[in-house]
Design a protein around this ligand. Structure first.
Ligand SMILES: Nc1ncnc2c1ncn2[C@@H]1O[C@H](COP(=O)(O)OP(=O)(O)O)[C@@H](O)[C@H]1O
Ligand SMILES: [Mg+2]
Length: 364
């Protein structure tokens, strides 16, 4: 039997372009033992290039592939076909698309929308779960609806902050106080996030966050342990053993995540069995609350003073290097990396099959 061809997309127009390349290299390497992998590199301007050799993923330089521009097209007879540009000649046909891309234009539902229009099976969450998971305010509204415990928050538009800064600050000070966390609503990898300890810090933090998005969110700061759990599946998801992150900085900022290697991952998290089970239950509720499929890493705070569990966020395309929390938690829970990526392909195909059961027009 011939091997399935998997188009693996990486890079992209996001602050997490570099992170994506590291994840993609690990995923492509693991997939290549069972599948025919076609790595597609997406430059920071959005242009797609393929095929990229495995060795070219980590240090992807678009200029080296200037004669390898490609695209897919959303029309019915071209399902899975990858076309060269500008001539639009078919160069390959993929049965599954695997976006290993974090953040905007990869994890936020836009890429997933293209896959839907092109009618190709793809790994991970659909359009809705991807976009809700990416928007920290919509995500928190979905979590609130599912009665998940979380920190109090407020959200403002950039325009409000520009026009009525004093009113905004007064509202934050009255309802949340200090410390608080200021974040762009649509971002990841802690980009644009600051902790504010006083009014001056808050103003600065809002200024920074507003550079990344037209909406910002401000959350009450908690002093907490950070517990993460991996979820895998479509309609009947499974959940891993929880792990713990111990950031090397004041909080888990970009440097603590990717630059300084002193942050620690503890697997399993050293917490009581009951707490572990509670977190696993909440993770499944969170997964379903945004109608997620494929995979997600769900992050919690465990407050240091009261031992409360609060949900922080869902990541629909979590970090996927060999040392990332998502695959590490599965490895500990009995699913090695190579098997994990195979499961994800199966789940993508399963979801595409499910979709075929739906009648699209009114059938009398
Ligand atoms: N409300 C909060 N209280 C305490 N720490 C927080 C809070 N929000 C975020 N943090 C810290 O900032 C980090 C990044 O925030 P997060 O919302 O997870 O953003 P991202 O989506 O970029 O990962 C967290 O891992 C945590 O260390
Ligand atoms: Mg996070």
């Amino acid at each position: 039997m011939s091997r399935l061809k998997v188009a693996l997309l990486f890079g992209g127009r996001s602050g997490e372009h570099e992170v994506s390349r590291n994840s993609a290299f690990a995923v492509a390497t693991a997939l290549s033992s069972s599948f025919d992998v076609l790595p597609i590199g997406i430059a920071k301007d959005g242009q797609w290039y393929a095929p990229i050799p495995l060795s070219g993923i980590k240090e992807f330089i678009p200029e080296d592939y200037s004669d390898k521009k490609v695209t897919i097209l959303p029309y019915p007879t071209s399902k899975g076909v990858i076309y060269s540009l500008p001539k639009l000649e078919p160069i390959a046909n993929a049965q599954v698309f695997f976006p290993v891309m974090h953040g905007t234009f990869g994890e936020d539902g836009t890429m997933q929308g293209l896959f839907e229009l092109a009618e190709v099976p793809y790994v991970g969450a659909g359009v809705l779960a991807s976009s809700v998971g990416m928007d920290k305010v919509m995500m928190k509204k979905a979590f609130a609806e599912a009665k998940l415990p979380q920190v109090p928050f407020l959200s403002f538009l950039r325009i409000q902050i520009e026009k009525e800064l004093d009113v905004v600050i007064a509202q934050i000070e009255d309802t949340l106080g200090y410390p608080c966390f200021v974040k762009p609503v649509n971002m990841g990898s802690s980009v644009g996030i600051s902790k504010a300890n006083d009014k001056k810090g808050l103003e600065k933090a809002m200024h920074i966050a507003c550079r990344y998005d037209r909406k910002i969110i401000i959350e009450k700061g908690v002093s907490a342990r950070e517990i993460e759990v991996s979820v895998l599946g479509n309609d009947t998801p499974r959940v891993s053993i929880p792990g713990e992150i111990i950031p090397c900085n004041d909080f888990y900022d970009y440097t603590a995540k990717y630059i300084d290697d002193r942050s620690e991952l503890h697997i399993p998290a050293k917490i009581e069995k009951e707490l572990q089970q509670k977190i696993q239950e909440l993770a499944i509720v969170a997964y379903k609350s945004v109608d997620c499929s494929g995979l997600a890493r769900i992050d919690f705070f465990l407050t240091k003073d009261t031992g409360e569990i609060l949900i922080n966020e869902i990541n629909t395309i979590p970090g996927f290097t060999n040392i990332s929390m998502y695959p590490k938690l599965w490895e500990f829970s009995g699913i090695p990396f190579n098997e994990l990526v195979k499961h994800l392909i199966d789940l993508a195909l399963e979801r595409a099959e499910q979709k075929k059961l739906n009648i699209l027009s009114y059938d009398i």
